[in-house]
Design a protein around this ligand. Sequence first.
Ligand code: SF4
Length: 487
Amino acid sequence: MPIPVSQMWTVASYVVRQKLKGRKQYPLTLMLEPLLRCNLACAGCGKIQYPGHILKQNLTPDECFRAVDECGAPTVAIPGGEPLMHPQIHEIVAGITARKKYVYLCTNGLLLKEKIHLFTPSKYLSFSVHMDGDKEHHDLSVCKEGGYDIALAAIHEAVKRGFRVTTNTTLFDGADTKAVRGFFDDMMNAGVEGLMLSPGYSYGKAPDQQHFAGRDASRTLFRRLLSNRRPNWRFNMSPLFLEFLMGRRDFECTPWGMPTYTVFGWQKPCYLMQDGYAETFAELLESTKWEKYGHASGNPKCANCMVHSGYEASAVDYTFGSLKGLWETAKATLFPQYLDATAQRELEMEKHQSPLVQIDLLQTGSPAPVDAPLQGVKFQRGQKIDDGLEQAFDYRGDVTIQLKDGSKLEGYVFDRVRGNTVEESKLRIMLATDRRRVSVGYSEIEEVVFSGRDWADGKSWQAWIKKYAERKAAGETNIELLPETEE
Ligand code: SF4
């Protein structure tokens, strides 16, 4: 059984209760990010490119519990960053499982063996280990040779100690489906309870922008991958969401189904996009203009998105929306083989793909994107300051703002609220000196200077690619890209 019956029952009865109450927008899984720093710097990740004072922040256990209680979702996923780098992660997990919430503690596995003694096996806790395919693909995807072996050893240890263990795998354009199918076998043999899959989201701030798949490419990839399934594969996901990935059905995004709480607050509109923050979950639901998001909205940032945090809750909602939904889910659960001769033929014809992220870039020599450098640029009142403030919101570095009264604020702009007039518009800044979040009206601002470095400029990644090529040519092994941090 891929998901324990007690968990299925908890989720099912919760969703039915929401339906009976007539709630259209309800959360299914809270995505709780207690920190943004990580011990890896993956090429396809757009989550860690921040100034040091942001990366050093941790949500306190009480802040985490408040978010869990406000939201009320029956499951809580804890991604990051790397949650095991949080000094109180065991207290956070213990507090949430004590609330009888099902926790998926997402980890890249590097610290799991070292910290596993801090946790107690429970039906409410599953380690969700990030594994991006077989050894060759995983190591390149996470920019660390040997990363797969460490994570696999951690999985063995966790299984041996009686923990629930799942894996989460992000697949990018050009993934080698035969190799991924072999990886599924390996994970089942390792004693993993179930697999979780998602296509990569095209993070605008991720170093590698070339391997995010469009919707058609994703459907082709998942049809080949998930048709003609081996009977021993178990998935810890909605079977209808897997059908959605395979192109067998369509859903619209329900971003409120997996809301995100981070060091900045409740993130609008979803786990992937940062279009501002709310202070409370109720404010998130009320103040987000949901019609601006999702595939049907025409928002270009949503155009290729099929990720689980947008669409799995839609699949679960469909399941419990009608008898038809229940019947189709039961059918997909009982008959998961999906025999498909065309997919089988395509799979057999597929040639082995070289690991797709950095190696491909090394071969083609194509560079990671570098934003137009803004560091040092200054916008003053009367010089399109509105444009400057909008760019400050998109900038992954600190800015210094001089107010009309002569005072200065230095920090990271994490939100902007556009009103109908300049007087109604404001920026929200996390100050570099402390964790204070302050709000400044556009009309109060005299000047904005992009004073800090843009941590999403792709330079470190490009440097790593170059170094990787040189060191590989010299026969070196165990090459890794470490996240850059400010002293
Ligand atoms: S489609 Fe949904 S989950 Fe994807 S980026 Fe848009 S709002 Fe977020």
